[in-house]
Design a protein around this ligand. Structure first.
Ligand code: NAP
Length: 325
């Protein structure tokens, strides 16, 4: 089978190679999946370069523990191990596999059956590969941490990517007024998909324009916790899903400290992969949300696409077709 391999950390165009490798054989509790589509995530950009350094503590200090990157997929089960309980050959499946490993930048993968769930017929393979990670970051941040309410004023920072575009659609289910912050060239696309207001972060610092929000969803935390507090109404909630490590540590510290004497909350989401996908599936079936896709592209383009993602050129989720159907 074809797979994207990296044996050392570095720039995607230098370290990623497309090679022919042995098709994996599923262990007892694993399923072999013929991958139809995969998607690019922030994890891939970090994992391939070994940056931030913390990633190396988890995924191989000197060289990558998982030689094939990629963490989201959709496909069809091709074979099952002897102890597999819930899945059978021919099932259409999808999921965020990062709890159980990586390796979706390949034509086949063997992975624990718990890493994936069955794909509803109403969702295409292409969409399914783009859903699990970003939609659940948005859902868990807005609902579980943010306690989103009808008619609120919401701001999404880093709004044109996977999380932001799902976040907008989820917020609109609550009739919220949504402001999106991202770079200037993405603002037209953001208006076209329904953001009420858009801000170019290179021109305006949203924490210094005297506007306040009930809820802020941040995909790119890079400011001081106190500047976020200024942008929250009383009882407002700030939830970050990612950003600069130093900002995240400060938010963690001040979030805990402030919880004793402020009505405003600063919180960090720790994603629970695939938890809540049934709800997302229902919204898809009812045409209440859709994927904003960038692609689909081919496996040969993956090194270029990782760079394209890292340079922030993408709009929505980058999807890649792995097996022709
Ligand atoms: N909490 C968890 O458990 C968990 C797990 C996995 C991943 N994550 C995090 O979740 C986030 C994934 O978001 P995503 O998939 O939507 O990412 P994405 O597709 O890269 O979207 C982020 C958007 O933010 C924009 N941006 C960059 N710098 C910005 C700034 N200073 N201000 C405002 N916008 C800015 C980017 O534009 P440009 O690129 O043009 O600059 C891009 O359009 C990442 O931060 C990742 O680390 C969290």
């Amino acid at each position: 089978m074809k797979a994207v391999i990296f044996e050392k950390y570095g720039l995607p165009e230098k370290v990623l190679e497309i090679r022919e490798v042995e098709k994996p054989i599923p262990k007892n509790n694993e399923v072999l999946i013929k991958i139809h589509f995969t998607a690019v995530n922030d994890y891939d950009w970090g994992l391939i370069r070994g940056k931030p350094f913390l990633l190396r503590l988890m995924f191989g200090f000197f060289k990558p523990k998982y030689p094939i990157p990629g963490m989201e997929l959709s496909g069809i089960i091709d074979a099952v191990g002897s102890n597999v309980q819930k899945m059978k050959v021919g099932d259409a499946v999808y999921g965020d596999i990062s709890t159980y490993g990586f390796g979706s930048f390949a034509e086949y993968i063997s992975i624990n059956e718990k890493a994936i769930i069955k794909k509803p017929n109403e969702i295409s393979f292409e969409e399914a590969a783009a859903i699990p990670h970003a939609s659940l970051l948005a859902l868990q941040a807005l609902q579980d941490k943010g306690d989103i309410r009808h008619g609120q004023k919401i701001l999404i920072n880093g709004a044109a990517g996977g999380v932001g575009t799902f976040g907008l659609q989820l917020a609109k289910l609550y009739d919220c007024e949504v402001t999106g912050v991202d770079s200037g060239e993405k603002l037209e696309m953001m208006k076209s998909i329904g953001f009420d207001y858009v801000i170019d972060f290179k021109k305006v610092n949203f924490t210094e324009n005297d506007l306040q929000y009930d809820l802020i969803l941040d995909c790119k935390s890079n400011k001081s916790p106190f500047s976020y507090l200024k942008s929250l109404k009383s009882n407002g909630k700030y939830v970050t899903v990612g950003g600069k490590l130093v900002s995240l540590f400060k938010i963690l510290f001040w979030g805990k400290t402030l919880s004793f004497f402020s009505s405003k909350k600063l919180q960090i989401l720790s994603l629970r992969p695939n938890e809540g996908l049934d709800y997302i599936n229902e919204l898809f079936k009812q045409n209440k949300i859709k994927c904003i896709l960038d692609g689909s592209y081919s496996i040969e383009e993956i090194p270029r696409l990782i760079r394209y993602f890292g340079d922030g050129k993408h709009k929505g989720k980058i999807v890649i077709k792995m097996n022709g159907q």
